[in-house]
Design a protein around this ligand. Structure first.
Ligand SMILES: [Cu+2]
Length: 465
């Protein structure tokens, strides 16, 4: 899964700058990740002095960057580079990221750690990294032009600071941000407390993901970077349902989920079946007196929210952004509402002129979930995914929290669908035949025909076209 090697490009850049062989050897290796699967927690082997044991964070469809100790400093090597990210099986997108993936690997350290991060730029343009939320020397804050010169293509810069505050952070470029973040350059950062912290509870599961969005024209492979608000792909860690790995928990585990928003709009993140509290933000742990129970928390642009709950209800619980357009795949924005419109008599006439003509949405859009319509190459359906009872009719920012009594402690493997105890599922009662729902009256003569409401199969309209 994880392929580790010395990064040749960095060596070439440094060698060209006539640095000695010993300096060359001083650059830590840059592990690469080739898989979009959720990596098992990474824990250093044989390393002492790493602080108290902590529950490692699990990055949904991501991984944690291995480090090495060098004279008491934790050394990391990030490589900014073009990557191909599988957003869901069958849908590949050209992105920019770090060490083979977008988002980049999660950086996981302990409060008080001295950290040295090598950043090699393999992009076609300059970049920097800003360490969102960290207390650090001004010259390490990563705003190109303000705090440091830009990192030119082919060069390696080093950031050094102490991870002073425990908490939930992220990293991203502060150079040509619009382009570089629209292309997927971002990553997570978790600093665990060194000792027992009055506002940071022990948890059995600790998950993290970034909210991100892309504008990828169906059938194409590279995001449009100038799109301000009309992104059509709403993702967690550059993955979309049904490509997202579930959050799994053993019954009665205490679970922490860390969420950061690097899209251009807010996302009300909602979990079914349990209540949670916001226990921290990128500003630090929330005082206990300032916490209240929620089932939805809004994560605004540039914010991070750390939520915690007791997984004390077994089942397969939906977890999703509550903006319903964000739980859909690449879709059209200018499809008119057809609910209640009566197309009887129209379809036959239209199909004589255009055999592909079909009516969509007359009874709502739910048919879309099961409709096997031809799609352009390299995209994913607007509503998709299958559960134990049929089409889930979702896409984008939708995932499942799987709580199981029989899940071994510390295991993150994806269990099968929940077996509901007999008699605990919504059921049908006999009512006899009900009259059909009323339809709109036929339009009076002279009104415009409904042809403007038709949509060819596979056609993807975009807002603003
Ligand atoms: Cu959303």
């Amino acid at each position: 899964m994880s392929r580790r090697h010395f990064f040749a490009g960095a060596g070439a850049a440094v060698a060209a700058a006539t640095v000695s062989r010993s300096a060359l050897a001083a650059i830590p290796e840059a592990p690469q990740q080739t898989s979009a699967d959720t990596a098992q927690p990474w824990t250093p082997s044989g390393v002492t002095g790493a602080g108290r044991p902590y529950t490692p964070v699990v990055t949904i469809n991501g991984w944690t960057l291995p480090w090495r100790m060098n004279n008491g400093v934790k050394e990391f090597h990030l490589v900014a580079e073009p990557v191909v990210r599988e957003m869901t099986p069958g849908f590949l997108v050209n992105m920019w990221g770090y060490n083979g993936q977008s988002p980049g690997p999660t950086i996981e350290v302990v409060e008080g750690d001295k950290v040295r991060i090598y950043v090699t730029n393999r992009l076609p343009e300059h970049t920097t990294i800003h360490w969102h939320g960290q207390r650090l020397p001004n010259g390490m804050d990563g705003v190109g032009g303000l705090n440091q010169p830009q990192i030119p293509p082919g060069k390696t810069f080093v950031y050094e600071f102490e991870a002073k505050r425990p908490g939930t952070f992220m990293y991203h470029p502060h150079a040509d941000e619009m382009t570089q973040m629209a292309m997927g350059m971002m990553g997570f950062w978790v600093t665990h407390p060194r000792k027992r912290h009055p506002l940071i509870d022990d948890v059995q599961r600790d998950y993290c993901f970034l909210l991100n969005s892309f504008d990828v024209e169906p059938g194409s492979m590279t995001p449009q970077v100038n799109t301000m608000l009309d992104q059509n792909i709403w993702a967690w860690n550059s993955r979309v349902f049904p490509g997202l790995d579930p959050l799994v928990a053993r019954l009665n585990d205490r679970v922490r989920v860390r969420i950061g928003n690097l899209t251009m709009t807010n996302h009300p993140i909602h979990i079914h079946g349990i209540e949670f509290e916001v226990t921290g933000t990128d500003g630090g742990p929330v005082p206990k007196s300032a916490r209240w129970p929620e089932v939805t928390t809004d994560v605004a642009v540039g914010q991070m929210r750390q939520i915690e709950f007791l997984a004390d209800e077994p089942g397969d619980w939906a977890m999703h952004c509550h903006k319903s357009h964000h739980t859909m795949g690449a879709m059209g924005h200018d499809v008119p509402t057809m609910i209640g419109a009566d197309h009887r008599g129209l379809v036959g006439a239209m199909q004589r002129a255009n055999p592909e003509y079909m009516v969509m949405g007359e009874r709502g859009m739910a048919d879309m979930g099961e409709m096997e319509m031809p799609l352009p190459h390299n995209t994913f359906p607007m509503m998709t995914g299958t559960g134990p009872y049929g089409a889930v009719e979702m896409g984008g920012m939708f995932n499942v929290l799987k709580v199981r009594a029989d899940l071994p402690a510390g295991k993150y493997t994806n269990p099968d669908w929940y077996q509901q105890p007999p008699g605990t599922r919504a059921f049908e009662v006999a009512t006899g035949d009900m009259p059909a729902a009323p339809r709109a009256k036929a339009a009076p003569a002279g009104d415009k025909p409904a042809h403007a409401h038709a949509k060819k199969p596979g056609a993807h309209h975009r807002h603003g076209d």
